[in-house]
Write a protein that binds this ligand. Structure first.
Ligand code: PSU
Ligand code: MN
Length: 305
């Protein structure tokens, strides 16, 4: 194992026993949701992974190490401190070497998961091509990571704070499969669907595991997006949430919020303007992803043992 990787006792034991492991990110905790709901979400998601037969490994940077598996106290620390850096690929070496606290984005969680030999990663939504990219060139490093790192990312699609068609085009160019789980259309995070038809739709976790195995056995390097729609009962009204998102984007433009601050700003604004309703939806969809992700990880593990 890489010298910078520090496995928790639970993850270490899972490795020894050959159990399925599911990676979880920490930017969603430190920069994606308010305290204390973020910490509670993180604990519940870990428990859902366990209840579905896998072992959770929340990933974060601390004391010059990549921690794979966090204790309750560490989850609390990452959920409730103001000096946690948002760490994407660009930032990883600096934050490790400086021994700072860092929360890993989708891109960095993929890097760390691969180093720890974990194939399945569960989160809420991936980053993507931002609206207005023609001006800003703002394209999340998550997409480039999906192109090169062999980890499957189970998410609820991407938020319409992004330019969804351009995000799909980018992924196609990079050869990243986007698999709709039980849907033929890209889920748009808060809503179950969008108008963007996907190339692949699979209804069983077993077949998803087979697809991942075939991909990597064929040396088709890179990740895959498993897009799992938010459960019906938690989905938001499309016009309502898109109206709010448009307002949040206007405000970000007025305030000249750019770069890595853009996504956290928009998430917080949307949460504020929906009076917490978007946060409830966000938490519900992550929990659902945790169940599906654990099921995929268990199948993948059985088939590759
Ligand atoms: N989308 C969400 N919640 C999040 C993020 C995205 O709904 O917390 C986080 C993830 O960690 C993702 C990151 O990797 O934002 C993308 O940031 P950026 O656009 O700066 O690459
Ligand atoms: Mn960006």
């Amino acid at each position: 194992m890489n010298q910078y990787i520090d496995l928790s006792a639970e993850v270490q034991q899972a490795k020894e026993e050959g159990k399925a492991i599911v990676a979880l990110e920490s930017t969603i905790i430190s920069h994606g949701m308010p305290y204390p709901q973020n910490v509670q979400m993180a604990r519940e998601v870990e428990q859902i992974v366990r209840d579905n037969g896998a072992v959770p490994a929340t990933i974060a940077i601390m004391d010059g190490k990549i921690k794979v598996g966090l204790s309750d106290e560490e989850l609390e620390l990452f959920g409730n401190s103001s000096d946690v850096a948002k760490v994407s690929r660009r930032d990883l070496a600096e934050i490790v070497a400086a021994k700072k606290l860092g929360a890993t984005t989708v891109a960095t969680t993929m890097i760390c998961a691969e180093l720890a030999d974990i194939n399945v990663f569960v989160t809420g939504g991936i980053g993507g091509v931002h609206r207005g990219v023609e001006e800003t060139m703002d394209i999340s490093a998550d997409l480039e990571e999906l192109a090169r790192t062999n980890v499957a990312v189970v998410c609820a699609g991407a938020k319409s704070i992004l330019d969804l068609p351009k995000t799909l085009e980018y992924l196609e160019t990079q050869g990243v499969p986007v698999i709709g789980y039980g849907t033929e259309f890209l889920p748009a995070f808060f809503t179950r669907s969008s108008e963007h038809k996907l190339n692949a739709s699979i209804d069983s976790v077993d077949t998803i595991a087979d697809t991942l195995i075939a991909k990597w056995d064929l040396n088709l390097n890179g990740g895959a997006v498993i897009a799992n729609p938010i459960p019906e009962e938690h989905a938001m009204d499309e016009d309502y949430i898109n109206g709010i998102i448009n307002q949040a984007i206007s405000e970000a433009e007025e305030k000249h919020i750019t770069g890595k601050d853009s996504t956290p700003f928009l998430l917080e604004k949307v949460n504020e303007m929906t009076e917490g309703k978007s946060l409830d939806a966000n938490i519900a969809l992550v929990k659902h992803n945790a169940k599906v992700g654990a099921e995929i990880a268990v199948r993948f593990n059985q088939k590759t043992k």
